[in-house]
Design a protein. Structure first.
Length: 341
């Protein structure tokens, strides 16, 4: 399973991988660090355990647990791709031709038979609408056919962050909390994680077509996925297996709503920029914790989101940016009054 990225808070892999691995399907997940985002999957997982495993260590973990969540750069699966990513990161670019080759090169090197590609669409993502998402999906599928890999794509909603947490430690904590108590977790995170796991379970023959979500849900809600995730963390070098043990930035500030009304939009780009200004992903404890999502009713003074950082200066800079760009927009039922003057 892989994602083209572009939507903040996209920590689904920490839930999907242990669900699938619990069903006795081998799922070696390699991930990149953040290129244009505030946290890549490798950055998030590194909060909890080692991700810089070499190929032999990765093989050992997969043989022991059926899965892993490691940084692709240390495994050396696609060395040319690693060089290109190191050029892209400081420039904050991720062009589509390179995106296609980057994702599929690692799949070839890992020797997989089938994969699911997550393509988030919506404002502030890499893909603006379903039409563009479908076109990219066809390219992935056609490329897969040429190299002997069965590819299925999921065009997913990416119009606002997935879950409420953006930034490595915040996302790691939210993923662990979702594994510990899925009933209390953000619905967007649970639904996406289950849906992607369902496709893999059906492709792997563990679930019949159409019943994958039910099988995935049973694994998650029974606690099997949590236990599998703990096994993976321990096999990768040990670390944190309890959400309460994840440390966040010591400095934080709440951003209040300027008025009564409803949240009409949450800007992906704005939230990402603020999290990065606070220090993410280099400062793993920095980021943004959303208290509201689109459609929420708020009163003036209610907290919209909280900023975290390990640096007073970075926090101050992030707060300044937040007050300038207003990534969470609140309006009343009357957005603007217009008259002849």
């Amino acid at each position: 399973v892989d994602s083209i990225g572009g939507v903040p808070g996209n920590k689904y892999a920490l839930i999907t991988v242990p669900i699938v691995a619990s069903a006795c399907i081998v799922i070696p997940k390699t991930s990149s660090r953040a290129i244009t985002s505030a946290a890549g999957t490798a950055d998030v997982m590194e909060v909890l355990t080692r991700v810089d495993l070499d190929a032999q260590e990765m093989k050992r973990v997969v043989e022991a647990t059926n899965g892993c969540l490691v940084w692709g750069g240390s495994v050396n699966l696609a060395p040319a791709d690693d060089i290109i990513i190191n050029v892209e990161r400081p420039l904050s670019i991720d062009p589509q031709p390179q995106l296609l080759s980057s994702v599929m090169a690692k799949k070839i090197a890992a020797g997989i038979n089938y994969t699911v590609i997550d393509i988030p669409v919506g404002s502030g993502t890499k893909i603006k609408n379903e039409r563009e998402g479908y076109a990219l999906a066809r390219k992935f599928i056609e490329l897969g056919e040429r190299i002997g890999i069965d590819v299925e794509c999921a065009i997913t909603y990416g119009g606002q962050p997935i879950g409420r947490a953006v930034g490595p430690a915040l996302e790691a904590r939210e993923a662990l909390m979702a594994l510990e108590d899925p009933k209390s977790a953000p619905k967007s995170l649970i639904e996406k994680s289950l849906s992607l796991a369902a496709i893999l379970l059906e492709l792997g023959g563990v679930a019949q077509i159409g019943s994958g979500v039910d099988v995935a849900k049973d694994i998650l809600y029974s606690g099997k996925a949590l236990e599998k995730f703990k096994e993976i963390v321990i096999e990768q070098g040990g670390g944190i297996t309890n959400s309460e043990d994840v440390e966040l930035g010591r400095y934080f500030e709440d951003i209040p709503s300027p008025k009564d009304g409803y949240v009409i939009s949450v800007s992906n780009r704005g939230i990402t920029d603020i999290a990065k200004e606070a220090g993410a992903p280099r400062d793993k404890k920095a980021g943004v914790l959303l208290h509201v999502k689109r459609g929420f009713k708020v009163n003036r003074g209610d907290t919209l989101y909280r900023l975290y950082s390990s640096s007073k200066e970075r926090l101050k800079s992030a707060v300044k940016l937040a007050r300038r760009i207003h990534p969470v927009r609140v309006e009343g039922m009357v957005i603007k009054r217009v008259n002849k003057f």
